[in-house]
Design a protein around this ligand. Structure first.
Ligand code: ADP
Length: 483
């Protein structure tokens, strides 16, 4: 629902608030999953992800979560990131986020006046990766020397009046310590009562994994166009979820037929209605998703792709679904991009079986450099041409200015230009540029790490986009002549 809200007409401030709601909800979901997983730590079953991510984006996300709170409490916030930290590293961004959110949350909770700082430095490195050293420092109440050693124990606070004054359960730091241990790191604290505390931890990260980066790049190129013209059968008993999925599919130009349980889905299939994909909730009254899938595969012998959808965040669930013959698995709430990706993942194989070559070609053409659907909604070709011409005219100069600002370390100017360009590339849905600009904008607010290389990437990817836009303008001009 937040994703849908973000696609409606919001002013700048509303969009910013909505993004923060989304980010907080995402983080909350991760934390809830982590707490669920926490019991797994003891059983030795908690998995640490290995994915590529930009540390600067995590730091900027943490800053955003706490921005309002910091302003409200009149606290200053500093984030210093060593310039020699790799732009992209490979590890678990969610666990890093969780530890930082926990430590910064504590720092704010226990500080009345002064400054909260996050510092990130690079420690020892080798051929495969680098040790990152993080510290979160505050000017708060501090911890008595005799208690410092105990606070990492679960359900332990520095003194009995802490719960009364500040709330909390005494679990946060215990979770942090265990999460860090699982990532081969550790955590320490130095503190002085009345002066403040400094929590520092380290994690060894591998350098960016190219294979994962390529897969991610492919993922980024799948957009809502993948849904166009496809017929979906949705079996889902929750009306709100039904509505959401139908809306997402229809926005992408697909057709959706929603039913309330597995039995109704089977009735539709038996009636001979043709669908391309089934979205199957797992927990449903009358006939659940497992039973329905078994029936579709064994009794009806149908190979139609089935994407399972469930609110259960348990990891074993996915394997169970795949074993039953489902083709993909999405846990609710899902990000739109994950949904498009699942559809993309299940379509090609099935289409090859059905030898629908045209459709395969269509899917292969899907990843596009830009998408003018926002402009086309205006149904005014002159307007579209005007916007495109203006973009082509001004962008090279803006890119030059951006490069110049980065090399002269004028970070405020970098933020300003990146923000402006993000707006125009967003309107034309040039996702490759828009994504980079988002990272550049966020990075320039808090640190200079990786800015130069991101701006270089941006400048390198512009020429093919420019070419494609010019081509599009030419086509539009030709079409204009024939009308
Ligand atoms: P909670 O904050 O829920 O009580 P934590 O495990 O996060 O649990 O912290 C345990 C205890 O450590 C806190 O109750 C507090 O006494 C102490 N503590 C943690 N962070 C700080 C800090 N930044 N400044 C002072 N005391 C802290």
């Amino acid at each position: 629902m937040t994703d849908l809200l973000m696609e409606t007409c919001l002013d700048k401030e509303q969009l910013e608030f909505t993004k923060t709601i989304k980010q907080s909800a995402d983080n909350l979901l991760v934390i809830i999953n982590d707490i669920l997983d926490f019991s797994k730590i003891k059983a030795g079953k908690l998995m640490i992800e290995q994915i590529n991510f930009r540390p600067v984006e995590i730091l900027s996300g943490v800053e955003k979560i706490f921005r309002q709170k910091l302003i409200h409490q009149g606290l200053k916030f500093n984030c210093r990131v060593d310039s020699n930290i790799p732009d992209v590293i490979c590890g678990d961004p969610y666990r890093l986020n969780q530890v930082l959110v926990n430590l910064v949350g504590n720092a704010i909770k226990f500080t009345r006046t002064g400054t909260i700082s996050i510092d990130v430095r690079a420690g020892e490195s080798d051929k495969t990766g680098v040790m990152l050293l993080f510290s979160v420092t505050d000017t708060g109440i501090g911890i008595n020397a005799d208690k410092v050693a105990d606070i990492f124990q679960s359900f332990t606070q520095a003194s009995p009046d802490i719960t009364r004054k500040y709330g909390g359960s005494g679990l946060g730091l215990a979770i942090c310590r265990q999460l860090l241990e699982l990532q081969g790191g550790d955590i320490k604290v130095t503190s002085e009562a009345g002066k403040g505390s400094c929590f520092s931890f380290n994690i060894y990260y591998r350098y960016q994994n190219i294979a994962i980066a390529e897969a991610a790049l492919q993922k980024e190129t799948v957009n809502k166009d993948i849904l166009a013209g496809r017929r979906f059968l949705i079996a889902e008993d929750n009306r709100i979820n039904q509505k959401l999925i139908v809306k997402v599919i229809e926005k992408g130009g697909g057709f959706a037929d929603a039913v309330n349980n597995g039995a109704e889905a089977i009735a539709k299939l038996k009636a001979g209605i043709q669908y391309d994909i089934i979205i199957m909730d797992l927990q449903m009254p009358e006939m659940d998703g497992y039973k329905a899938t078994r029936y579709i595969r064994n009794e009806l012998s149908m190979k139609i792709p089935i994407i399972a959808m469930t609110a259960t965040a348990m990891k074993g669930e996915k394997i169970k679904c795949l074993e039953l013959g489902m083709n993909e698995y999405l846990s609710k709430p899902f990000a739109f991009d994950d949904f498009y990706q699942s559809v993309y993942n299940v379509l090609p194989n099935w289409l090859q079986n059905a030898e629908t070559k045209d459709a395969i070609a269509q899917i292969k053409n899907t990843p596009s450099l830009f998408n003018l659907s926002f402009l086309e909604e205006m149904e005014d070709d002159a307007y579209t041409i005007d916007i495109l011409q203006s973009f082509l005219k001004h962008t090279p100069a803006e890119l030059d200015k951006l490069l110049n600002a980065v090399s002269r370390k004028k970070y405020e100017t970098v933020t300003e230009i990146a923000h402006k360009l993000k707006g125009s590339t967003g309107l034309l849905q040039i996702s490759a540029m828009c994504g980079l600009l988002k990272s550049i904008e966020e990075g320039s607010r808090i640190a200079n790490t990786g800015l130069q290389s991101m701006v270089n990437d941006l400048i390198n990817i512009y020429p093919p986009i420019e070419k494609a836009l010019i081509k599009h303008l030419e086509l539009m001009a030709e079409r204009g002549k024939t009308f």
